[in-house]
Design a protein around this ligand. Structure first.
Ligand SMILES: [Zn+2]
Length: 214
């Protein structure tokens, strides 16, 4: 299989959903092509990203071409994924944590680049605090150093927002690289209505919303 068109978009991740439209995961163009070739794509939404050229048919001499969209729904329901949707607690890592907190230090409310942020344990590990979503926030180095091994109360510091455990759909968003506007809208529709991410992301959607085709 080779790919001689739309090559600049090949790094763009595709959002895979189940047949009912529940977001499942990010996949790359190879995975997307495999799903098309094995007839597992129920329908596609969003914008066309790229075309993938397959082999030549021995019978007709024609070459197969697959057009891959930004969101593809696949047939079947995986138990694994179904479980994940209900009681899934995603693993904590800095990338998704900083993204949950919109790259803001949760103490001084200043925005930082990823490399200037740290993972702060609200109740410090030394005081029995755990490394879980509800006990970690993004913090700049200065605030984290100042807080040291103390709780916010002990350090007389205040959090600007309550930390939350992302749902599965929220976690997919947090994990995404370069999430396209149509993928973002799709994911937003699956966030809980009370999700703080609605507010944090509203500034990013801008005016150039792409038309949603499903
Ligand atoms: Zn700070």
């Amino acid at each position: 299989m080779d790919t001689d068109e739309y090559i600049k978009n090949l790094s763009q991740q595709v959002l895979r959903t189940d047949a009912s439209g529940m977001p499942l995961e990010w996949i790359d163009y190879r995975d997307a092509a495999r799903l098309y070739y094995t007839n597992q794509v129920a329908y596609a939404c969003g914008q066309p990203l790229y075309q993938i050229h397959g082999g030549f048919s021995a019978a007709t001499g024609e070459r197969s071409v697959i057009e891959v969209n930004s969101i593809i729904a696949t047939i079947g329901h995986s138990t694994n994924h179904a479980e994940r949707r209900n009681n899934y607690v995603p693993p904590v890592n800095n990338k998704t944590l900083f993204r949950r907190d919109a790259n803001l230090c949760m103490y001084c409310a200043t925005r930082f680049s990823e490399r200037d942020l740290t993972r702060d344990h609200i109740t410090p590990v030394s005081q029995g605090g755990r490394d879980v979503w509800a006990n970690v926030v993004a913090a700049c180095r200065r605030c984290n150093n100042h807080k040291g091994g103390r709780t916010p109360e002990q350090a007389r510091m205040e959090l600007i927002a309550v930390p939350f455990i992302p749902t599965y759909a929220e976690y997919i968003y947090l994990k995404g690289r370069r999430v396209l506007a149509d993928q973002m809208e799709f994911l937003l529709a699956h966030f809980p209505r009370t999700s703080p991410l609605h507010k944090r992301l509203s500034g990013h959607l801008g005016t150039d919303r792409l038309k949603q085709s499903c």
